[in-house]
Design a protein around this ligand. Sequence first.
Ligand code: HEM
Length: 502
Amino acid sequence: MAVITLYTVLIAVVAMSLLSLSFKKLRSTKVKLPPGPYGLPLVGYLPFLGRNIHQTFMELANIYGPIYKLSIGQKLFVLISCPTLAKEVVRDHDITFANRNPTIAALAFSFGGKDIAFTPYGPEWRMLRRIFVHEMQSNANLDAFYALRRNQVKKSIKDVYGKNGTTIDVGMLAYSTVINMITSMFWGGTLEGDIGANINAQFRDAVSELLIIWGKPNISDFFPFLASFDIQGIQGDMKRASRWIENIFDFVIDQRTKNNTKISNKDFLDFLLEFKDHETGKSLSRPQIKAFLADIVIGGTGTTSTSFEWTMAELMLHPEVMKKTQEELTEVVGDANVVEEYHFHKLPYLQAVVKETLRLHPSAPLLLPRCPSQSCTLGGYTIPKGAKVFLNAWAMHRDSQLWENPYEFRPERFVGDSNKLDFSGNKFHYIPFGSGRRMCAGLHLGERMLMYTLATFLHMFHWKVPDGEKPDTGEKFGVVLEKSTPLIVIPTPRLNNLKLYH
Ligand code: HEM
């Protein structure tokens, strides 16, 4: 006990000295920092953040304005919640802000920040991003992998049909469908039979565990000098979970390369192993291949599946919108057919439902923080090099000066040409996939998976909540913004031709 107290005092003394040094340094350089709340000595604003920090950040914006700062431990956070300043970050100073400040957990999983999400801006990142966005996820490739996605959705339809009339957890349905689509696109038919099922199940569990660990606040991120102690064990847990996932990646890559396994459908692994950069003539190294796969798993699973769950929750709360969405599906797809991706462009109302859901419930409400590579000025204030800069999409999506009745779920606001808002991030008050150079690198795949799963499940089934229950829209902040209570619903088949469910 005495030893623990001694350590605590020692750590506090060192932290105080470091803090006072950094404040002295800031004062001596006479910079004009944005306004912001005071916190407690040492920990700063940490004790006041609350569980849903995106909501706290919006309340603070109402007090301090569209740009403010706060300190947490040794870190300076800058919060931005107006489109004009957001534009300054992602357009006017885009290169300065095209860097990340990864957490310790993120570094542990991304091969030390060697992936797209965390590689610093520069030629290496530009090369990774070009391959990932323009080549790996080209329309032709995404079309080629469609059969793999389709097979997995068919399996989920069969599962849901088997639960006809009983309750199911929508979040779990969405997560398993999305991760099955992703693993299938990764290594397709390489892993057949029991071994395949076993590896895929292990993979699914490892990814869920990793997302949970990643979502835990880590004291070492706020006090970097404590990092080597790994007080909460988060770094160790993350390394273990990542190693587990990496072993699965290695196993599958070895299977494919050593046995030269022939598969019927082309998948991401084929693409990555065969890839030769037409500019440099170079192939991808094994760590690069694994980093690409990691980005898809981490970037694509939680975001897409929670967006599915939020959409279903809003539809359950708005039966008139549900009715209109299903009528559109009936008209476009027809009662005797299943949904195909080529139907999407004829489903403007469903597209509007998805856009409206992502306005109210963006998976990453504060996007991924950016970190200026040099000090610069925003809105007349100095933003020091190394600060963590958050664009508060959640607050901008709910700002009554930017949206009419912002708290109402009204897909109609996205219908028609007069208000053409899309996911490109060019209108800075609507940025569910971010904006600028570092906007979501998986937008095309994410949009396809989300639209396809939603359209299919809405077309194939009627959904109702158990008697006496009402879905809510309570939120839980984490790696992605989840529903605080799971959405439980009862499906019944909607189409007469029951063969379509097998
Ligand atoms: C509904 C689905 C999705 C949503 C709402 C979403 C949202 C986002 C957001 C808000 C960012 C931060 C952008 C910024 O800082 O400006 C981001 C980054 C990223 N996303 Fe997504 N995402 C989705 C699906 C996906 C998928 C399917 C993948 C992988 C195929 C993916 C991979 C990435 C990567 C790699 C980054 C980092 C980009 C960089 O730093 O250059 N995301 N995503």
